[in-house]
Write a protein that binds this ligand. Structure first.
Ligand code: H2B
Length: 99
């Protein structure tokens, strides 16, 4: 499937203003999420997994008990594209359902 183009550093900085807690580090958008406990964290990951599959765009992430560490980049493009912002917004929405 064709992937959208890489975003410029300026475009990334502008779009990050709408995503509290997220930052560009290296070639990825990154954020750490903290939840009340493991079921909340894993529930969040499960909901995100279904949304990611629908988007055909998947996070690099890890989980330790109540924490989920996320890096979003578009592997096929070698950096950050609109798809990463779409997935970051999905995560923001689903995180709020867990709080
Ligand atoms: N996820 C991410 N983060 N980057 C990709 O380039 C990517 C993906 N490519 N999910 C998709 C799957 C691709 O491998 C399939 C074949 O569409």
């Amino acid at each position: 499937m064709s992937r959208p183009p890489l975003l410029s550093p300026d475009e990334i900085a502008t779009r990050l203003e709408a995503l509290p807690g997220w930052a560009l580090s290296g070639d990825a958008l990154r954020r750490d999420f903290a939840f009340a406990d493991f079921p909340e964290a894993f529930g969040f990951m499960t909901r995100v997994a279904f949304a990611a599959e629908k988007l055909d765009h998947h996070p690099d992430w890890s989980n330790v008990w109540n924490r989920v560490t996320v890096a979003l980049s578009t592997h096929d493009a070698g950096g950050v594209t609109d798809l990463d912002f779409q997935l970051a917004h999905v995560m923001q929405r689903l995180m709020k359902k867990t709080e």
